[in-house]
Design a protein around this ligand. Structure first.
Ligand code: SF4
Ligand code: SF4
Length: 287
């Protein structure tokens, strides 16, 4: 497999390199419609909570419209250095619009950094495409590395056109695929961030074990995200972790790999610098 051209990658990504967040911006292009798993805290008429704030995107667009959106955004915000796909569903549930969008952007803007977020179930087979397109930044959400914990956070997993798995077999299949994908991405030279949604009483202690495993696998950055209890989900009545709990967890996890502390849980269609994007709501106070 071709290795990603990591030498060309500058430290411009404002999420991976916090020192860049006032100087360089990102745009989220909402081309991913559906999802192939069901997390307990997600309502599918909202956005994927792994990189987004629920309920605040402008719907889904096709690849050509996404390119047009990028063109228009760059006219107003030339500081945009990263184009990313992070929802509103999973970027690889249907990989075609995701890859087509990256193709169009790469052709027109060869210097643009490209970035994608996914639950990791269906990324593996597309890693060579990501390398060809020089999509240097990949985020996977890994909420568990133990199927017993994972089965309490993800209720179903559907691979391809097959039957959906549930319970422990679903969690086992998802975790196995995620770990395999992390390992292939790191072998291919990608910069990899892992998001972990912290759900009190389910995985808050486990999150440190995830950090240990990810650190050992060479993951570049971890983003611990506090649960957002979305109405209409199994987690609607859950208590999110406090700021003090998140601080403590990040401190512990930080012994294994660098921690992201400036995530704003952007909209699936956010654009501009993280600190001053006009269509990004005020940051969640998570730390
Ligand atoms: Fe929702 Fe994202 Fe989980 Fe899919 S991966 S169920 S979109 S939170
Ligand atoms: Fe960066 Fe967090 Fe916004 Fe994603 S949701 S673009 S990681 S600040």
């Amino acid at each position: 497999m071709k290795k990603i051209a990591i030498k060309k990658t500058e430290r411009r990504h404002p999420c991976f390199f916090s020192e860049s967040r006032k100087r360089y911006g990102r745009i989220h292009l909402p081309v991913a419609q559906n999802c192939n798993i069901q997390c307990v805290y997600c309502r599918r008429d909202h956005e994927c909570l792994h990189e987004n704030r629920p309920g605040v995107s402008n719907g889904v667009v096709g690849p050509e419209e996404a390119l047009d959106r990028l063109d228009r955004a760059l006219e107003k915000m030339p500081e945009i250095a990263v184009a990313g796909i992070a929802g509103p569903g999973d970027a690889f549930c249907d990989p075609r619009p995701t890859l087509r969008t990256f193709e169009l952007i790469r052709r027109k803007y060869p210097g643009m950094e490209l970035c994608v977020s996914s639950n990791g179930l269906n990324v593996r087979d597309h890693i060579p495409d990501l390398a060809d397109l020089n999509v240097g930044f990949v985020t996977l959400t890994i909420n568990a590395i133990d199927p017993g914990v994972g089965s309490r956070l993800c209720v179903s997993v559907r691979e391809g056109k097959g039957r959906a798995l549930s319970g422990i077999p679903a969690a086992r299949a998802l975790i196995a695929r995620q770990l395999e994908t992390v390992s292939l991405l790191k072998a291919g030279g990608f910069r990899v961030k892992v998001n972990t949604v912290v759900v009190p009483g389910v995985n808050e202690d486990h999150a440190v074990f995830i950090a240990g495993k990810m650190g050992a696998m060479g993951v570049d950055l971890m983003n611990l995200l506090p649960l957002i209890p979305v109405p209409g989900t199994k987690m609607e009545g859950a208590e999110p972790p406090s700021r003090a709990e998140m601080r403590k967890l990040r401190r512990m996890a930080g012994k294994f790999l660098p921690q992201m502390r400036h995530c704003q849980r952007c909209r699936a269609d956010a654009a501009g610098c993280l600190d001053k994007s006009p269509d990004t709501p005020a940051p969640l106070k998570t730390d």
